[in-house]
Design a binder for this molecule. Sequence first.
Ligand SMILES: Cc1ncc(COP(=O)(O)O)c(C=O)c1O
Length: 436
Amino acid sequence: MNANTLPPGLKNADLMARRAAALPRGVGQAHALFAARAKNAEVWDVEGRRFIDFVAGIAVVNTGHGHPQVIAAAQAQIPQFSHTCFQVVAYDGYVRLAERLNALAPGDAPKKTFFVSTGAEAVENAIKIARAHTGRPGVIAFNGGFHGRTLLALGLTGKVDPYKLGVGPFPAEIFHAPFPDALHGVSVDDAIAGIEMLFKTDIEPKRVAAFIVEPVQGEGGYLPAPKAFLERLRALADKHGILLIADEIQTGAARTGKMFAIEHSGVAPDLITMAKGLGGGFPIAAVIGRADVMDGLAPGGLGSTYAGSPMACAAALAVLDVIEAEGLCERAIEIGAHMQRRLRELAAHQRCIGDVRGLGAMVAVEFFHDGDAKRPAADLARAVIAEAHRRGLLLLSCGSYGNVLRLMVPLTIEQTILDEGLDILAASLDAVVAHA
Ligand SMILES: Cc1ncc(COP(=O)(O)O)c(C=O)c1O
């Protein structure tokens, strides 16, 4: 249903009530809004109210809502065929997309790629591939990491509330090590020592198939992994014959100023998971990896009915074209630098801002009570989000303590709208602090 066919007089509150009656409460919702239409970095709700979108469907529409090239590519595919199941009758768009990603992925080794539909599915498959290649069961993930909501992905996820509550047990042979977070007292040395400790207390390295790491933790607080950490993880992996999986589901597709965030470190992973920004709003996820590793499973071991849908492949090819033609990697760097500059100006007179950080256009503001890192201020983050909503700006929180605002604007955002959104954010924070 689009804005032209919506019944008149629809109200968010009525739809929220119907939603509550019809859906399980486990399907959360950050904003009590129902969308009518969206264009680039703006969303209009069913009541006709306009919002600036600093969430981008959780870092999905990196190319903006409804990029004409992406929409045209998907539309052109539909009348040709919308489904054959690639494993039954193949199509060229899938292969072309795999070739493009193989060429873009970091590292000199030849690559292979295949597609699934969601991030969690990509993670599950990356682990299967790593286990099949190494013949080992163990996987080491990191505290605060997020890898999805299916049971294996959830086992890898390093945050209990709300994701893991009441749904265990989780698959065996998964272990968590500390993720470096200087602000909360975890150095790179501590993080590496944590892995060495796992090797003593839980699993010997020769039974570990893979490390899985987000180059910038997303849900965990928009925490960039220090270059030294990724280098030492690579060295540990090489020493023990362990594979390194970069979960680029949130960080990929130009979000951080490179096609893949791990490129900033110069480290080449063995496997990469990618989703979100790749499809520009169409559901597609990829596992990209060293060809020798990717071929570990027998024919039939990979795939699913809808995996790599023809429309999503067409859209993703257009997304890659748009990233290149519109210089979105460069734009992500500019956007991130501009946002951090504006946020630091705010921090100069707001003690509650304990940190401003980011990599490219993955930008975070972390709140503390009285600037004390031992007192994370989730209440403040919640209040700022609510106030900004009232003023027409969509924001989202993250972090192990829920006290971080994560800003992930479309990389195609107009400068005036970016500044209008930042003005609303500043005014919202002023209003919240004034009434605290
Ligand atoms: C780093 C990371 N991995 C995996 C996932 C899971 O992706 P999906 O929600 O598409 O299953 C997410 C989703 O937020 C993510 O950010």
